[in-house]
Design a protein around this ligand. Structure first.
Ligand SMILES: Cc1ncc(COP(=O)(O)O)c(C=O)c1O
Length: 199
């Protein structure tokens, strides 16, 4: 089984449609079951639309796709999601869950039904809110001298390291700091150095 997740948390990486086509061809060739976690299906913007595994011809023969209401509908912890795709795989999951699990509290199911019936304007508002937060963060980092390209999905991690930080040899619990290898202090490097010194 191959489990994968795009847009990715925590890297913020996205995968083009060609990647999905390749992975489906690969999985069909080597008889691998595909499980795609598409938790961020709706949380994209700037014209980007995440690819669904099930858009790819032949994917349904060998794969399923999971979605969760945790992100789009801010229902994290409510344990509500769904899986679509190959019916044999879903039947296997159903058999497993029938023996291991039990249903979700009915009120939460009703809330989920309400959420799924919300008009698209709700999604647009959520996307706008995440875009605003991303822009705020990126602008703040830029003001500190860290120019980060804008990731398309909202995940806030996955930023490339600043060159200054790349010169630090990181190790647990903090960094091994050859002082001379650091460039002139910027607020960010100064912060890291302070952390190292106090560790
Ligand atoms: C990629 C991805 N999948 C799934 C989840 C969790 O979904 P759920 O709350 O339905 O377990 C997260 C939450 O962080 C996630 O980032």
């Amino acid at each position: 089984m191959l489990y994968f997740n795009y847009p990715s948390n925590p890297t913020a990486a996205t995968a083009p449609r060609e990647f999905f086509e390749e992975i489906v061809a690969f999985a069909r060739k080597y008889e691998i079951l595909l499980v795609h976690d598409q938790a961020y299906a709706e949380l994209a913007f700037d014209g980007y639309q995440p690819t669904s595994l099930l858009e790819i011809p032949g994917a349904k023969d060998i794969g399923v796709e999971f979605h969760t209401l945790s992100k789009t509908y801010n229902m994290a912890g409510w344990r509500i999601g769904f899986v679509v795709g190959n019916r044999h795989i879903i039947q296997g999951l159903r058999t497993l869950k029938t023996n291991l699990d039990y249903g979700i509290f009915a009120a939460l199911q009703t809330a989920a039904e309400t959420a799924l019936n919300l008009p698209d304007v709700y999604l647009h508002e959520v996307q706008a809110r995440y875009r605003t937060r991303r822009d705020f963060l990126i602008q703040g980092l830029a003001e500190l001298g860290w120019n980060v390209p804008k990731p398309t999905p909202p995940c806030t991690s996955g930023f490339p390291a600043r060159p200054e930080l790349a010169q630090l040899t990181l190790r647990y619990p903090c960094c091994n700091k050859p002082e001379s290898s650091l460039r002139p202090a910027t607020p960010l490097v100064a912060g890291v150095k302070a952390m190292c010194e106090s560790a």
